[in-house]
Design a protein around this ligand. Structure first.
Ligand code: B12
Ligand code: SF4
Length: 481
């Protein structure tokens, strides 16, 4: 069979973050495909074209996060109209498989490792069934090397991505990671990770792991080997694990770590407690968070602070308070999001059951748009405040004011700060989203937008939204449907 794997261009509003990173999921899916098939990869966000009538394509596999879902469905519909077989997979089809099945011949729920070959043989024999679920999580010691050869070399700026482990034990209420990859860390053998990195031919790496500081002995082994390669890398980590072990942090820096994305999420203890994020930060006051930031800076690591606005205890002053804090601590980069109730999360269940979600148009789930009614501010205040935060944080004088604290790789620091500055300014020029024009009053008697979405949006939710979640959470996925 001729198989085409597609990464849809998500909402172009999300400026920089989606533009350059290649899709590891599709490289892996290609690697899981038996060599008897021909595989190609199309990455719309990197400029590749979608050709519905391509005679060289029999089967199309499309991946989708929630923000990509609308575009993924358009592409799926286009290929099906041209007579091709379409399979959808990834996080969004996994949590809303019934919705995805309206646009595809089959949906893969969860990880593909245990079901992809079954899907392919069912396509070949003409017996494709609706929903496929892996029986268990993938054994990462068995992962094949990714099909990097399927990507043409693009701009020299593009970053090589690699995954060392999956899983996250923290299960924060707004996040899909634990739901999807499980509570338990699963590791790839260090030698496999290193062998893969050597094939990448890139000096600049991005670790896809949700927490690159997950386990001390594993990290020691990995960082020790990385040190020999003379690379620079960035990754994601929890504040507590990154700043709590100075020896390990030192080794990480020696191995090439130049910056870490750390989900600070909020400076308000009650928000951290309510969302479960206290467990990963182990710092509940701005002073404690500031002290951990100081440890990262002392080691020469640039912090990208992930901050989310719109939690139940966030009032309109939260933006100024946060900006002051980040400036005071000379935090290098900031990533600012409006709280977003991704389907499948505990947050989605709570806000959906409280009828506080204002839009089920998944293309607006971009972290820049308010798609629910916050408690202590209006959706408009949340959107405007989040956007302004980016513009204010990345003002030219502020970038220069923090250069000394983040001086270890000044060229990279300045280039990426100005790229973020540009991205935030572009975002700020997009007209503000106001749903449907229907307005209603919230608990504080302020006017807020009424629910917007396709008329049958609620019907598209699974009859029992908890079912998929429970199955995924328990790690006991039901078996091939
Ligand atoms: C890397 C990454 C990114 C990269 C994207 C890189 C890329 N081009 O793929 C960057 C940094 C750009 C990014 C951006 C964003 N991301 Co992101 N990202 C991740 C991360 C950390 C890893 C994903 C990954 O590559 N994993 C490795 C691969 C091998 O695993 P996988 O993708 O899960 O694929 C497996 C299965 O899903 C399945 N599968 C996947 N696709 C398909 C398709 C088919 C046909 C089949 C059969 C199977 C299948 O098979 C694979 C093997 O088992 C995840 C966190 C996580 N734990 O998943 C978040 C995550 C996917 N991101 C998330 C979000 C919210 C975003 C943003 C919207 C954030 C924001 N506000 O800006 C933006 C969107 C930007 C944009 N415009 O695209 C959420 C998605 C939630 C949701 N419901 O959509 C996640 C889950 C993080 C989280 N904590 O909740 N992200
Ligand atoms: S926000 Fe981070 S720590 Fe919390 S569940 Fe998601 S990946 Fe894990």
């Amino acid at each position: 069979m001729k198989i085409q794997l597609i990464y849809p261009d998500p909402n172009p509003r999300v400026g920089l973050s989606g533009r350059k990173v290649e899709s590891a999921a599709l490289q892996l899916l290609a690697a899981l495909t038996p060599p008897t098939h021909d595989v190609s990869i199309v990455q719309e966000h990197l400029g590749d074209d979608i050709r519905f009538n391509d005679p060289g394509v029999d089967l199309v596999g499309i991946t989708a996060m929630t923000i990509q879902a609308r575009r993924a469905y358009q592409i799926a519909d286009g290929y099906r109209a041209a007579g091709k077989t379409v399979v959808l997979g990834g996080i969004h089809p996994s949590v809303l498989p019934n919705e995805a099945l309206l646009h595809a011949d089959a949906v893969v729920v969860g990880e593909a490792e245990h079901v992809w070959s079954q899907v392919l043989s069912d396509v070949a024999s003409g017996h494709l069934r609706g929903i496929y679920r892996g029986r268990e999580y993938a054994d990462l010691t068995q992962l094949p090397p990714l099909r990097r050869d399927l990507f043409p070399k693009r701009s020299s700026f593009s970053i090589g991505s690699v995954q060392a482990a999956r899983g996250c034990p923290y299960d924060c209420s707004f996040c899909s990671a634990t739901l999807f990859t499980g509570r338990k860390y699963r590791f790839r053998p260090v030698e496999n990770v290193i062998a893969e990195i050597k094939t990448l031919g890139r000096r600049f790496l991005f670790f896809l792991d949700d927490n690159i500081f997950s386990n001390e002995s594993y990290c020691r082994a990995l960082f020790t080997e990385l040190k020999k390669l003379n690379l620079i890398w960035i990754g994601q980590a929890s504040l507590h694990l990154a700043a709590g072990n100075r020896d390990l942090l030192k080794l990480a820096v020696e191995s090439g770590c130049i910056a870490l994305f750390v989900g600070i999420e909020s400076l308000t203890a009650s928000n951290l407690r309510a969302t479960g994020s206290l467990a990963k930060n182990k710092a509940s006051t701005p002073e404690e968070i500031g002290a951990s930031i100081g440890v990262l800076h002392d080691h020469g690591v640039v912090l990208m602070a992930g901050v989310i606005f719109g939690f139940d205890d966030d009032d309109p002053e939260v933006f100024d308070r946060t900006l002051k804090f980040l400036n005071h601590h000379r935090v290098g980069y900031g990533s600012f999001s409006a709280l977003t109730p991704f389907p499948g999360t505990k947050l989605f269940e709570a806000l959906h059951s409280q009828s506080r979600i204002t839009s089920y148009d998944w293309s607006k789930y971009d972290g820049a748009t308010a798609v629910f009614v916050p408690k202590l501010m209006t959706p408009e205040q949340l959107q405007v405040g989040t956007r302004r935060m980016g513009v204010n944080f990345y003002s030219t004088p502020k970038i220069f004011r923090r250069i000394w604290t983040n001086r270890h790789h000044p060229v990279i620091f300045l280039a990426s700060s100005f790229a973020w500055r540009h991205s935030c300014r572009v975002e700020n020029r997009v007209p503000l989203y106001t749903p449907s024009g229907l307005w209603t009053k919230n608990a504080n008697e302020s006017l807020v937008p009424a629910i917007e979405g396709p008329p049958d949006a609620r019907l598209l939710l699974p009859a029992d939204p908890g079912t998929v979640q429970k199955n995924l959470r328990a790690g006991s996925l039901i078996g091939v449907a």
